[in-house]
Ligand binder design. Structure first.
Ligand code: ZN
Length: 833
C-alpha cells in the first residue's frame, strides 16, 4: 500500500522542489532502454542523457570552459527573466557551481562523505524512489558515424573534443532529425572509457547528484551520461494495477511528482528535451507511449517484444507518458485510418515549407514542426486509435471511436493545425483518479465517460484534445499557473463540443450558459470552503517564472493535500476567458487564439504573454479600463470570486434551458410536498408530466433538489424511474447517489455500490461522504466497498495526483457541506487503508 507515502509529506512543507540545476547544464535528449517486469513490479534498465552546458558560455569567450579556472572569475548571469518579453525556451546560460569550499574526497556515495560543499561541479537531476546502481560517462568517439562529421568550428574545442562531438549532435538542424536519432541510439550504446571509473553519485529524497572527479565546471562535465537504475514498486510515478479484466498493467498516473520516480530527469519546464525509448514487455502486452510514431513491436529476448518510440518536438520531461497492458484496439477490423497516410516529419515533407504564410512563422527552437508543413496543416483528422481492456472494447468502439474524428475536426476548425501527428486514446483501469488526462500523442480516458449519452464522453475528449495546444504545445513556464492549460481546455471544451453537435448560434449559446451556471455553482462552493492561498491562479504574482541561480525552484502548494481536490484553475480560468471573450466577441476571440497559437506553439508562457498580446490586439479593452494590472488584481492574483462573476450568474439563470429545469424542480418539490398522496396519485394514474431533460439539465435538476432538506421516499423512487437515473452518465449518477445518501434512500444503495465500484475516479469521494455520515449502515456499505474494490487508488494516492478533473467536483460538493469532518475522515483513511 502506498498510504504511508502520504505520511512522508510534511503538511507544513507542501511545496514541491524542482532540484535540477538547469542553468548549469541542460538535458537535450534522453534515450531510455527499459524492461517492464510485471512479477516484481519493476521497470529497469538504463537512461542516457545528452547534456549541454549552457549555450551562452561557448559564445562568451570560453572563460567557463577552461578547467580549473577559479569560479570567482566567471561572470555570473542572472537567471531572472524579463517577464514582459515573450519567452523562447533557449537553454539558460551557464552559471558556475555554488560557492566552493573544501573538497570532499572518495567515491563513497553516503551523504556524510558526499559533502554538499564540494568544489567539484555537481549535476543535479530530479529523482525520487529510484534504485540507481551505476552512472557512467560514455565514450562517443567510438561511434564511427559521429566521428565522420566534420567538426564544425562553432563547436570545435581543442580541450574538449568529446563535448564538441555531443554538442554537434544535439545541435543538428531539424531536417536531419532521422540521422540525429540514429546517432543518438549509436551513442547511447557506446562503451565507457577504457579503465575509467564510474562517475560518483549520491541520491537523496528528491534528487540524484553526479560528479566527476576533478571536474569543477559544467564545461568539463561529461555530455553523454548513462544511468543504470530500477524503479521501486511503490514509486509515485507509475501505478501497477489490474485492468478491468483482471490482467496486470502499469501506467504513469499523473502524479504531482511527474516522472521522477520513472526516470531521473530535469523537471523544470524550461528543460525541454526530445526522447527516444525502447521498452521491452512480455509478448502479450501492448506498450503505448508518448511518441510520434506508431511502434510496431519486434522480437526481443525470449518471451518479450520491444517497442521503439521517439519524439522530435522538445517538451518538458513531465509530459512523457507510458501505459503497458493487454489492451485491445477498438475497431481494428475496419483499419479505418490506415488508408490515411500517416504524417511523419521527414526530410522530404519538411521541404515543402510554406514560407509565404506569415501566420506560421515559428518562433520556437528548431524542430520539425507541423505548423510549417502544408500537408500537416491541411490534416483535419490525425491518425488515431482507441485501446481498451476486452470488457470495454465494445463501448470504446461504439462511443469513443466515432466521436474522436468529430472532436479532432472541431478542434482543427477552431485552432488550426494539430500540433501532434497522431493520437492514441486508452480506456485506463477503473482506479484511475480522473475522467481524463492528456499527454503528447496519448490521452487516458476513464471508463466513467462510457456510460449514458455521448455528452460526457464527447466533452471530455474535446477537453483533452484542447490540451494538445494549451498544456502541451504551449506550456506554462511556471507550473503554478495551471490555469494556462486547465482554464483554456475547459473553455475550449464547450467551443469544440458545440461544433461537434452542429448547434446553431442560439442553441450553442444556451448550452454554454447552462454549463456556465453549473460551473459557477461549483466554483462558488469551492471558494467558500477552501484555503484562500489555494484560490489564487498566479500564486507567485510578479515573481512568476523565477528560479534560483542554479535553475532550481519549488512549485508552491503542489503537494498540498487539498490541492488535487481544487478546481479553481479550471473554473476561474475558464471564467476569465469567458469574460475576455465577452469584451471582444467570441468569433474575434477565437481567431485571436489561432494567431496566438501560431506565435507561441513550441514555447513556454506566463499569463502575461497571453494577456499582453490580447490587449495589444484589442486596444479598445484598455479604453474600457481593462489592462494587465486590473486583470491580475481582479482575476489572477487574488482569492475569492471576481466582481464580474458575482453578477454574471443572474444572467445564466434566465437561460431558457435553466428556466425549464427550474420549472421541473418546482413540480418535484410540489410532488414531494404532497407527501403520502403520491401512492394514491399513482393508483389514479400519473398526475405530473415531467419534461425530458438533457444530461446537463438533469445534473442541475438534481443539484437543486439536493438543496431541499426533505424529499419523500416516493419522490426519490419516481425520480429514479422517470429519468432512468442508473443508466445516465457518471455526472448524473453522482448527484443521484448523493441524493440517495443524503436521504438515506436504502433502496438505491445498490446504485451507490455500483457507482463506487465502476466510477472509482468519482466514487472514491462519495466513499468519503458515506464515511462522514453517522449512519452505521452507510458506513458498513462504504467499508464493504473498500474491501471489495481491488484497489482504491484515490484513497492512497490522492495527494500525488496532479491532474484531477471531474472527480474534484464530487469531493468539493462533499467537502463544502462537511468540511471539517471530511478532512478528518480523509486523514484517517490515509492512515488505515
Ligand atoms: Zn512551429
Amino acid at each position: 500500500m502506498e498510504g504511508n507515502r502520504d505520511l512522508d509529506l510534511d503538511p507544513n512543507k507542501d511545496d514541491l522542489p524542482l532540484r535540477a540545476n538547469t542553468n548549469h547544464m541542460l538535458v537535450r535528449h534522453y534515450v531510455l532502454d527499459l524492461t517492464v517486469h510485471f512479477q516484481s513490479k519493476v521497470i529497469g534498465g538504463s537512461i542516457v542523457l545528452f547534456l549541454e552546458p549552457g549555450v551562452g558560455s561557448s559564445k562568451q569567450g570560453e572563460a567557463g570552459s577552461i578547467s580549473n579556472t577559479p569560479v570567482q572569475n566567471i561572470s555570473r548571469v542572472s537567471s531572472k527573466h524579463d517577464v514582459s518579453s515573450p519567452i523562447t525556451p533557449e537553454p539558460n546560460k551557464v552559471i558556475p557551481p555554488e560557492e566552493p569550499s573544501c573538497l570532499s574526497g572518495g567515491n563513497d556515495v553516503s551523504s556524510v562523505l558526499w559533502g554538499d560543499e564540494s568544489e567539484e561541479f555537481t549535476l543535479v537531476l530530479d529523482c525520487c524512489d529510484l534504485v540507481v546502481s551505476k552512472v557512467e560517462e560514455l565514450d562517443v568517439t567510438t561511434v564511427p558515424d559521429l566521428k565522420k562529421f566534420d567538426i564544425d568550428q562553432q563547436y570545435a574545442h581543442k580541450d574538449h573534443p568529446l563535448s564538441s562531438l555531443v554538442q554537434r549532435l544535439v545541435s543538428m538542424p531539424s531536417d536531419c532529425w532521422r540521422l540525429q536519432h540514429e546517432l543518438y541510439v549509436q551513442c547511447s550504446l557506446s562503451p565507457t572509457f577504457h579503465n575509467a571509473h564510474p562517475l560518483r553519485f549520491h541520491t537523496d529524497h528528491w534528487s540524484l547528484q553526479i560528479r566527476k572527479e576533478g571536474v569543477c565546471s559544467p564545461h568539463n562535465f561529461p555530455c553523454a551520461v548513462r544511468i543504470w537504475y530500477e524503479t521501486k514498486p511503490t514509486g509515485g510515478s507509475v501505478r501497477w494495477t489490474k485492468d478491468q479484466d483482471g490482467r496486470c498493467c502499469v501506467y504513469t498516473m499523473g502524479s504531482p511528482i511527474n516522472n521522477r520516480a520513472l526516470f531521473p530527469c530535469q523537471e523544470p519546464p524550461v528543460a525541454m528535451s526530445t526522447w527516444q525509448a525502447r521498452v521491452r514487455a512480455p509478448c502479450d502486452y501492448t506498450v503505448l507511449m508518448s511518441g510520434e510514431n506508431q511502434a510496431f513491436p519486434k522480437p526481443a529476448e525470449t518471451g518479450f517484444l520491444q517497442w521503439d518510440y521517439y519524439v522530435t518536438m522538445p517538451m518538458p520531461a513531465s509530459t512523457f507518458t507510458i501505459a503497458v497492458g493487454q489492451w485491445l484496439e477498438a475497431g481494428i477490423k475496419d483499419h479505418n485510418f490506415e488508408v490515411e497516410k500517416t504524417y511523419e516529419p521527414s526530410e522530404e515533407s519538411s521541404l515543402s515549407l510554406d514560407k509565404d504564410n506569415q501566420e506560421y512563422v515559428c518562433s520556437h527552437m528548431d524542430y520539425p514542426c507541423r505548423f510549417m508543413v502544408n500537408a500537416a496543416r491541411a490534416q483535419t483528422v490525425i491518425p488515431h486509435r482507441v485501446f481498451a481492456p476486452p470488457c470495454h472494447l465494445q463501448k470504446a468502439n461504439d462511443m469513443v471511436l466515432p466521436l474522436l474524428p468529430l472532436c479532432l475536426t472541431a478542434a482543427h476548425s477552431v485552432l488550426g493545425v494539430h500540433p501532434f501527428s497522431r493520437l492514441d486514446v486508452l480506456i485506463v483501469p477503473s482506479g484511475f483518479s480522473s475522467l481524463g488526462m492528456a499527454s503528447p500523442h496519448i490521452v487516458f480516458l476513464s471508463q466513467s465517460v462510457l456510460t449514458g449519452e455521448r455528452n460526457l464522453c464527447g466533452a471530455r475528449l474535446c477537453h483533452e484534445i484542447a490540451h494538445s495546444w494549451f498544456g502541451l504545445a504551449i506550456g506554462a513556464r511556471d507550473w503554478t499557473e495551471e490555469w494556462i492549460s486547465e482554464g483554456f481546455a475547459t473553455y475550449l471544451e464547450d467551443v469544440f463540443w458545440s461544433h461537434v453537435q452542429k448547434f446553431g448560434c442560439r442553441e450553442a449559446e444556451e448550452q454554454k450558459q447552462l454549463k456556465a451556471l453549473l460551473r459557477w455553482r461549483r466554483l462558488s462552493d469551492e471558494l467558500q470552503n477552501s484555503e484562500e492561498q489555494l484560490q489564487v491562479l498566479r500564486p507567485n504574482k510578479e515573481n512568476t517564472g523565477e528560479v534560483s541561480e542554479s535553475g532550481a525552484s519549488v512549485v508552491k502548494h503542489a503537494l498540498n493535500p487539498e490541492k488535487p481536490f481544487m478546481q479553481v484553475h479550471y473554473l476561474k480560468g475558464y471564467f476569465l476567458l469567458k469574460f475576455l471573450a465577452d469584451q471582444v466577441g467570441e468569433e474575434k476571440f477565437l481567431h485571436f487564439f489561432k494567431v496566438f497559437v501560431g506565435k507561441f506553439h513550441g514555447q513556454l508562457i506566463l499569463s502575461q504573454d497571453f494577456l499582453q498580446m490580447l490587449l495589444d490586439t484589442f486596444p479598445a479593452m484598455s479604453s474600457r479600463g481593462i489592462d494587465l494590472e486590473t486583470i491580475f488584481t481582479d482575476w489572477l492574483d487574488t482569492p475569492e470570486m471576481p466582481e464580474w462573476l458575482r453578477d454574471a450568474c443572474s444572467e445564466w439563470l434566465r437561460t431558457p434551458a435553466v428556466q425549464e429545469v427550474k420549472g421541473e424542480v418546482a413540480k418535484w418539490i410540489h410532488f414531494s410536498g404532497s407527501g403520502g398522496k403520491g401512492s394514491k396519485r399513482k393508483r389514479a394514474g400519473p398526475k405530473v408530466n415531467f419534461k425530458e431533460l438533457s444530461p446537463e439539465q438533469l445534473v442541475l435538476l438534481l443539484e437543486f433538489l439536493l438543496e431541499e432538506p426533505k424529499l419523500s421516499l416516493s419522490t426519490l423512487r419516481l425520480l429514479q424511474t422517470t429519468y432512468n437515473l442508473q443508466t445516465q452518465d457518471a455526472e448524473v449518477k453522482h448527484r443521484w447517489c448523493e441524493l440517495a445518501v443524503k436521504h438515506k434512500h436504502t433502496a438505491a444503495y445498490r446504485d451507490v455500490e455500483l457507482f463506487l465500484i465502476h466510477d472509482q475516479a468519482m466514487g472514491v469521494y462519495l466513499y468519503g461522504e458515506l464515511m462522514v455520515q453517522e449512519d452505521a449502515r452507510q458506513q458498513a456499505l462504504a467499508r464493504t466497498q473498500s474491501n471489495q474494490v481491488s484497489d482504491l487508488p484515490g484513497l492512497q494516492s490522492h495527494v500525488q495526483l496532479r491532474e484531477l478533473k471531474q472527480d474534484l467536483t464530487v469531493y468539493c460538493s462533499l467537502m463544502l457541506r462537511e468540511k471539517n469532518e471530511w478532512t478528518i475522515q480523509r486523514q484517517n483513511k490515509t492512515l488505515h487503508i
